[in-house]
Design a protein around this ligand. Sequence first.
Ligand code: ADP
Ligand code: MG
Length: 292
Amino acid sequence: SVPLSFFGGLGAASSHGILLKGSNYLESMASLSTVVFDKTGTLTTGKFKVTDIEVVTGSKEELLKLAAYGEYHSNHPIALSVKEAYGESLDKTMIGHVEETAGFGIRSELFLDGETREISVGNMRLMEQLSISVPENQSVIGTTLYVSEGTTYLGSITISDTVREDVPIALKGLKRAGVKKLVMLTGDKPEVGQAVGKALGLDEVHGGLLPGDKVHKVEELLKNQPEGTMLAFVGDGINDAPVLARADVGIAMGGIGSDAAVEAADIVIMTDEPSKLTDIILIARKTMKIVK
Ligand code: ADP
Ligand code: MG
């Protein structure tokens, strides 16, 4: 049976906008030593601004339109940002077959101006997979999306994200609460990951990871955990359901990208404030003291 004070702990958490799927997660949160974060939409807002558009032929407006249509069916923060930057409403009847690959990008069949066009929008990995050569001289800062039609490279859109306001306070709070190691995993370019990690003073950063690589990284970290301590993974649920499920405690946060994330998570933070993580630890410790 569950001791009565656990219900007090769960109630206290829920009044903070935190849902725990079981009282056992309070126990785990009381002895957390490692917190692993996903980058996009978790440590950053996921609301990217377009900082540069380069085109081979045609106008920048046309490239942005193709990218917005190409991203029609995606709810990745990058896709939402591109559609927002385009600004016009999109005609659903222009979209055909779509294939999105986590950590790569998206390929869509579009019916534009009486033609069927195969548009791909994604990172360098996607372009390499499609054997599309991309000209050099790409900007190092920001996340660059490459757009191609069939096997023809059309141009690039560079977008840039900002760290959530609440994050520096959240990270300090976690360290003060005794968390030893703060780690960030990202599918974004390693350079972008390193820049964010350095700005935030994280202990470890690993970039260029596919969803499966994130699971392997967490497994590696789990092997090196100090005896009797727990590891939490915090993500927004876009492309990270498998790693949420693998951690000792999987925490979904930040508007919650997908139903799969809510399902895979052990704890759901209803707001987009990572500082709630420290609140959970403190509630957990208090509850455990009462229980013991
Ligand atoms: P993170 O680990 O930072 O949360 P993801 O694993 O979700 O990032 O995505 C990794 C990378 O894959 C992105 O930085 C982007 O280059 C590419 N990508 C994923 N989904 C899309 C998409 N819908 N459109 C364009 N690029 C995408
Ligand atoms: Mg993500």
